[in-house]
Design a protein around this ligand. Structure first.
Ligand SMILES: C/C(=C\CNc1ncnc2c1ncn2[C@@H]1O[C@H](COP(=O)(O)O)[C@@H](O)[C@H]1O)CO
Length: 253
């Protein structure tokens, strides 16, 4: 066979004669390191972001009905609020819901603990932080994310409701993002339940006094968030809101 008659196929590619590369694709992949700056560029980050979505969807897509539970990373075990978080996790598990938390310490740990104690699915979606931190020991199914926004997508996509326990800036961020998504109709309405009126009452009053009174929100926006004290009420409320929404959607269609 002459050189011109020779053919090499490489995956979907065909080379003939002098165009045939002198090395194989595998050789070029495995032999060379080359410059490394591209790992710090946005196109490469896009692939990493994509892989987080793929892993997250893969991990969570077959999860049963779930509730995302948010709350402080700083509450210590044995405190009143920690015990409240444990009880919420228990009640969700008893009602058949998986509990999804941020996988960290404090209220996240409490809710995962309660879920695990009642044989519920206990899920932790951790976040890479500047300091070393592993998922809390009560997480049965977990993933640690590099990107906050990818992780937030998972909290919303795989939960039928948000439960918000006492917390700081992180918790407020998660609460207000949820309300904004519903208010702007970027997601189908879902229940958002604040637990602990001693903690949340002041914020509700402020929202009413400052936001509603100044016309910065509409009166119906006040209904986007519900408030309870007893963990047993959390599940009842989630079911009631879902029923109301189903009825309303039925009327609209
Ligand atoms: C500060 C400490 C740990 C931080 N670790 C966290 N791990 C996972 N998720 C976290 C962490 N910190 C914040 N979050 C997310 O925000 C919410 C809690 O924030 P807050 O400011 O404490 O209210 C929580 O729902 C997480 O999703 C101490 O060791």
């Amino acid at each position: 066979m002459t050189e011109e008659e020779q053919i090499r196929r490489a995956g979907p590619l065909t080379y003939r004669g002098r165009a045939i590369p002198t090395t194989t694709t595998d050789q070029r992949l495995l032999d060379r390191r080359g410059p490394t700056d591209w790992v710090h560029t946005d196109p490469w980050r896009v692939l990493r972001i994509q892989s987080e979505f793929v892993e997250g969807f893969g991990l969570l897509s077959e999860l049963p009905s779930a509730v995302s539970v948010f709350g402080s990373a700083r509450i210590e075990p044995g405190t009143r609020y920690y015990n409240l978080g444990v009880e919420v996790g228990r009640k969700l598990a008893e009602a058949g819901y998986a509990t999804i938390t941020g996988g960290g310490p404090g209220m996240m740990e409490a809710a995962n603990k309660g879920a695990q104690e009642r044989d519920g699915r206990s899920v932790g979606l951790g976040i890479e932080l500047p300091f070393e931190q592993s998922l809390n020991p009560y997480v049965d199914v977990g993933m640690t994310f590099r990107y906050f926004f990818v992780r937030k997508t998972m909290f919303v996509k795989y939960a039928q409701a948000f439960v918000v326990l006492p917390g700081g800036f992180g918790t407020l961020d998660e609460l207000f993002e949820a309300i904004t998504l519903v208010q702007t109709r970027k997601v189908t309405r879902f229940p958002v339940v604040l637990v602990g009126s001693d903690f949340w009452g002041g914020l509700r009053d402020w929202i009413e006094g400052a936001l509603l009174e100044n016309g910065l929100i509409k009166s119906e926006d006040m209904d986007l968030v519900q408030q309870v004290d007893d963990p047993a009420e959390v599940v009842e409320l989630i079911r009631r809101v879902h029923k109301d929404l189903e009825r309303k959607n039925g009327q609209d269609s």
